[in-house]
Ligand binder design. Structure first.
Ligand SMILES: O=C(O)CCC(=O)C(=O)O
Length: 207
């Protein structure tokens, strides 16, 4: 599943050659009545590590999720839902679409058969989950891929300056210097990486 030809050929186009698994796989086994996930993504706010970009004749998406569906999701029965084309949207997702109160005629919950593979542009595209209304369990496995240098969060355990560089290099640094020595991770879960500049030119941590 991880490096299946049907996946590789498409991710080479979508994420670019050298794509990698960022995190996952995640397993979805919703039972009838499972609900509560709102729609998300939509490229808003802009996150470079999952963004969609079109340049000349080529397109590129930093984050793509590949879902292997092990059970069937009939149209209208719930499960994966999205707004096709929303990766090109330049406006915020309406609140009603986000919380599924009003789909404004743009949300699609595609019919999916067991054995289908679904590709979606994760953070760049409006997507989410509709309540599961089927008697059988939903079963799907989600692989979260990224383009080579995009970081969707997978390296958080290793990004401390002491690990990413070396204890010797970072010991003795001020908190402000240390802030720029963290390795990549998105979004950082620590305030130690955010800097700000005061009107008098002082740089300090932005807590
Ligand atoms: O497959 C689904 O139900 C949606 C998954 C999702 O929203 C996500 O992975 O961010």
């Amino acid at each position: 599943m991880l490096a299946h030809p049907a996946v590789v050929s498409r991710l080479n186009l979508m994420c670019g050659k050298g794509f990698r698994l960022d995190h996952g796989p995640q397993f979805n086994n919703a039972v009838k009545g499972t609900a509560g996930l709102t729609l998300h993504g939509s490229g808003d706010p802009h996150k470079p590590y999952v963004a969609y970009h079109h340049q000349n004749r080529g397109f590129h998406c930093a984050g793509v999720t590949v879902t292997w569906n092990l059970s069937t999701a009939p149209a209208g029965g719930g499960g994966f839902a999205c707004v096709p084309g929303s990766h090109k949207s330049k406006f915020a997702m309406p609140k009603e679409v986000r919380n599924c109160d009003d789909d404004m005629g743009v949300v699609v919950q595609p019919e999916i058969h067991a054995g289908d593979i679904l590709f979606f542009m994760d953070g760049a595209q409006t997507h989410g989950t509709h309540p599961w209304r089927n008697d059988h369990q939903r079963r799907s496995v989600l692989f979260k891929y990224a383009s080579r240098t995009a970081n969707r969060g997978g390296s958080r355990p290793y990004y401390k300056p002491e690990t990413y560089w070396d204890e010797e290099i970072v010991s003795g640094m001020t908190p402000e210097e240390r802030a720029v020595m963290f390795g990549p991770a998105s979004p950082p879960k620590t305030q130690e990486v955010y800097l700000t500049v005061d009107p008098d030119g002082t740089v300090h941590l932005d807590n």
